[in-house]
Design a protein around this ligand. Structure first.
Ligand code: GDP
Length: 440
């Protein structure tokens, strides 16, 4: 299983801190030395490991005290937050897919890292969101590569554009014309790989980028390659400019180095992770989930989340104030949902939202949260601020953009309306409302 040894090492470090009443500087220093060793063993870039430990030490020694946590738990909390930050923050990064015209994704990377497989996985992923992707065979050196793309394309239910062994930049151009004619809105270019980086490969990729307007240059990186993968990412970024990374084979025996160092070294986020050989084995990359997985301390982390709910209550109060002033919109709703996710469930939302017990709990089961989030993400800023402008046409667009049904969009809007109504009632009797807040 991935990350096992890093998880074990970190757990060993935290175990030693447990039982100590108060941590002094020497305790923290000793712990951080071991954390650094654990990271280096996991093939994390040296500088990244060093900076990471410096940051954690600084925070651990600072005045960051939460009464409900022991000193050791506080260190776990800080390490977890810093791991999450290192990989990009709480929320996953999404590719920028345009609502009009074609979005071009260029897949590049070394041979065998999973480029062709992930071109097809992305095709399938976006197809399931109501998009019309097109796969394009720009790896013209191996006939087997074209054939492989055709096979996975068929499995994914995504059309494949091929032109044999023409020049890759020419194929890319023709593919764009084909996409325009056939209504394909996402064009995924599968380019050639090499066993190692060479100038001819880089030149070829640059020529493709000059021939067509590439929106996202995605480097496909094998997680099992560790630090070597990060060096490859650095070179690709310098030579052709990547916009992000698809981290493959995270189901394998990876040590964590690539996941932990790639953003710090290249400045480019990991968008997706491949979790298996099958075409559905693709997930958006959630830094916070990856951090929890690396720490492997479900119980401690959930305790920390509970401690943070005190903070969340304060934020809920601020949201409540906005409700009172009649300013509560979809942005606030989204912020609330994100907090809920952090706290771990819809039941928490119901406890947190003033009057939340009036909301249908079944309609808000935890699987709904990511879907609701996707719907709100697909709204324009104007729609979020004023959901009443969302007419049937907008609903259809939001549904397509979020990969959800119009029905689901309607449901969310109804729930929003219900909340608005409830808030009106509350505004009429603010004293009673504030009292109910106090009782939460
Ligand atoms: P390319 O040369 O970069 O196009 O690599 P391929 O797409 O042909 O993939 C190389 C091998 O890795 C194939 O056997 C894939 O099935 C396998 N592979 C790709 N992605 C993953 C993944 O996320 N997990 C696992 N376990 N295997 C993968």
């Amino acid at each position: 299983m991935a990350f096992e040894s890093l998880t074990e090492r970190l757990n060993g470090v935290f175990k030693k801190l447990r039982g100590k009443g108060k941590l002094n500087e020497a305790d923290i220093k000793a712990a951080m030395r071991e954390v650094r060793m654990a990271l280096l063993e996991a093939d994390v870039n040296y500088k990244v490991a060093k900076d990471f430990c410096a940051q954690v030490s600084e925070r651990a020694m600072g005045q960051e005290v939460m009464e409900s946590l022991t000193p050791a738990q506080q260190v776990v909390k800080i390490v977890n937050e810093e791991l999450t930050k290192l990989m990009g923050g709480d929320e996953p990064q999404y590719l920028h897919i345009k609502n009009k015209g074609q979005t071009v994704l260029m897949m590049c990377g070394l041979q065998g890292n999973g480029k062709t497989t992930h071109a097809a996985k992305l095709g399938k992923y976006y197809r399931s969101q109501g998009r019309r992707p097109l796969l394009v065979a720009c790896d013209v050196y191996r006939p087997a590569a074209i054939q492989q793309l055709q096979i996975v394309g068929e499995q994914a239910g995504v059309p494949v554009f091929t032109m044999g062994t023409e020049k890759p930049e020419h194929i890319a151009q023709q593919a764009m014309a084909h996409a325009r004619d056939h209504g394909n809105d996402i064009v995924i270019l599968d380019t050639a790989g090499r066993l190692q980086i060479d100038d001819a490969l880089m030149d070829e990729l640059v020529r493709i980028k000059e021939a067509v307007e590439v929106d996202e240059t995605l480097l496909v990186v094998d997680a099992m390659a560790g630090q070597e993968a990060v060096n490859v990412a650095k070179t690709f970024n310098e030579k052709i400019g990547i916009t992000g990374v698809v981290l493959t084979k995270t189901d394998g025996d990876t040590r964590g180095g690539a996941a932990l160092s790639v953003l710090a070294v290249t400045g480019k986020p990991i968008y997706f992770q491949g979790t298996g050989e099958k075409l559905e084995d693709l997930e958006p990359f959630y830094p916070s989930r990856m951090a929890s997985r690396i720490l492997g301390m479900g119980d401690v982390l959930s305790l920390i989340e509970k401690a943070q709910s005190v903070q969340n209550d304060k934020e809920a109060e601020a949201a409540a104030r906005r409700m009172m002033e009649n300013k509560f919109d979809m942005n606030d709703l989204l912020a609330q949902f994100q907090q809920v996710k952090k706290m771990g469930g819809a039941s928490a939302l119901l406890a947190m939202m003033p009057g939340g017990n009036q909301i249908d709990a079944d309609a808000l089961d935890d699987k709904m949260l990511p879907r609701i989030e996707a719907i709100i993400y697909s709204m324009t800023p104007a729609e979020r601020a004023k959901p009443e402008i969302i007419n049937p046409k907008r609903k259809r667009r939001i549904a397509a953009g979020s990969g959800q049904t119009v029905e689901a969009v309607n449901k969310l809007l109804r729930q929003y309306e219900m909340m608005q109504k409830m808030m009106k009632k509350v505004r009429r009797n603010p004293k009673g409302f504030m009292r109910s807040l106090g009782n939460l």
